[in-house]
Design a protein around this ligand. Structure first.
Ligand code: PHE
Length: 458
């Protein structure tokens, strides 16, 4: 206990409330907001899906985020340390703490691969423009299957470690302050380009005018799962960042900003992608290939499309990089705190481990496409293990921890500490939503993940 206390006293803090918000937003805004959001919105028919997604953000994701914030703010340590400290006599509460470290490691087995594709496509857009646009689908498969995708995966990981060497304030906070504004600017450029194409208005309508006939129960559950993923919940990230927060931080205000910004980036990506998709007569329900296959094909049809392609993939890579920084920070903080390891040693260890663990993942699209784990490639297995099992379980355990151990009232009080407006609406909807809506919704996400609803609805 005493050791923990010393740790919490000497640990770094974010320099300002803005720093804290930007860092959390950088983690939340990632491949999920651009690549994943656009393709699942396309597949699920647009407007009605978007509306349900926003409701999920408000009533499911937000209470879980608040629960995690209160655990981190009170614990002032990494997830394992925080749970240990807050429930010293009930050792089983360490389980969500351990899962919180496991999930980022497993995500980091496949997330850097997609980040590597984004990085690679910046170069492909410059040097192999003809190839990736004449037959985008074949070109992408060839690119993903080639061993050079391992190099891009490793490059993405090494860049992430490079930022983390600087520590929480100089590395994470500073990089967010530089990269996030660049990301917004690039995104705005793309939105303007897309909206000025003839026929683009159909895409705006697709995104914003709900057509409930297109919404399925699967769509609702997809929206639920995505709200979770997009805000980086159930992964110890929120707990860890809350532990670096200053006492005076106005959390309700910060939470509102984080959620608004994350949703704004998703909406802007939608506005960058769908108007172009409709203007150029492409099918919006193209699926996971929307960003890597459909878009280069679309860019090829507009003037100066090559420049916009470079811009888009650079944007995607920046978003991915800032999320990877937060993902790698979790095991890093754990090794530093629990094993008193030096930062450099810990980073080298983690990066080496992730490069090795990532190789089969990168090769899942080529030489190892036949190596199946329960019917999934190594890449898909890592993705599904986290998104279907680990994240929802950890999220659920965090809400249960608040309900049964920390106390909802107490958790709300911790959340409201330092808030200028004590009547914040967030504080008002929290107790009910964390107790009733969030846990039930998570159980539904998991049943969906296990395919239960496939059996019933197909
Ligand atoms: N929220 C990130 C995204 O939208 C994904 C992510 C999940 C990042 C978990 C960090 C941790 O892409």
């Amino acid at each position: 206990m005493r050791e923990n206390k010393q740790d919490s006293e000497k640990r770094e803090n974010f320099t300002s409330q803005l720093g804290f918000i930007l860092v959390t937003v950088s983690s939340a805004v990632g491949l999920g907001n651009i690549w994943r959001f656009s393709y699942i919105t396309g597949v699920n028919g647009g407007g009605a899906f978007l509306l349900i997604y926003m409701l999920c953000v408000l009533f499911v994701a937000m209470p879980i985020m608040i629960a995690e914030f209160s655990i981190g703010r009170k614990g002032k340590l990494s997830p394992v340390g925080s749970f240990k400290k807050l429930a010293p006599d009930k050792r089983y509460w360490i389980i969500p703490g351990i899962l919180s470290i496991l999930s980022p490691l497993i995500i980091m087995i496949y997330y850097p691969v997609v980040s590597g594709w984004a990085l690679g496509y910046v170069f492909e857009s410059v040097f192999n423009w003809g190839t990736i646009t004449s037959d985008p689908s074949t070109a992408f498969s060839a690119f993903a299957a080639a061993p050079k995708s391992i190099l891009f995966t490793a490059a993405a990981l090494i860049m992430t470690a490079g930022v983390l060497i600087g520590g929480v304030t100089k590395g994470i906070e500073k990089s967010s302050k530089i990269l996030m504004p660049i990301l917004f600017l690039l995104l705005l450029i793309l939105v303007l380009r897309s909206l000025t194409l003839p026929g683009s208005f159909e895409g705006v309508k697709f995104l914003f005018v709900p057509d409930f006939a297109k919404l399925t129960l699967r769509g609702v559950l997809d929206a639920l799962g995505h709200s979770f993923y997009s805000l980086s919940l159930g992964m110890g990230i929120i707990i860890t960042y809350a532990s670096y927060m200053k006492k005076e931080t106005d959390l309700p205000k910060a939470t509102a900003s984080i959620i608004t910004l994350d949703t704004a980036v998703a909406l802007l990506s939608g506005l960058a992608i769908f108007p172009a998709v409709f203007a150029l007569g492409i099918n919006p329900a193209e699926g996971a290939g929307l960003a890597f296959v459909t878009l280069p094909g679309a860019f090829a049809q507009i003037p100066a499309g090559q420049i916009f392609s470079v811009t888009f993939f650079l944007l995607l890579f920046i978003a991915a990089l800032t999320s990877m920084i937060s993902l790698m920070q979790i095991p890093l903080a754990f090794l530093e705190e629990e094993y008193k390891m030096k930062k450099k040693t810990a980073l080298m260890l983690i990066t080496a481990f992730l490069i090795i663990a990532g190789i089969p993942s990168a090769l899942s699209f080529g030489p190892l496409s036949d190596m199946l784990i329960f019917g999934n490639t190594y890449f898909d297995a890592a993705d599904k293990l986290v998104n279907i099992i680990l994240l929802p379980i950890t999220g659920l355990l965090c809400t249960l921890f608040v309900i049964f151990h920390l106390g909802i009232k107490n958790s709300k009080q911790i959340f409201m500490e330092g808030a200028k407006n004590q009547n914040s609406i967030l504080g008002k909807i929290y107790p009910f939503s964390v107790k009733y809506i969030a846990p039930i919704a998570i159980v539904l996400i998991m049943l969906n993940g296990f395919g239960l609803f496939n059996l019933i609805f197909n």
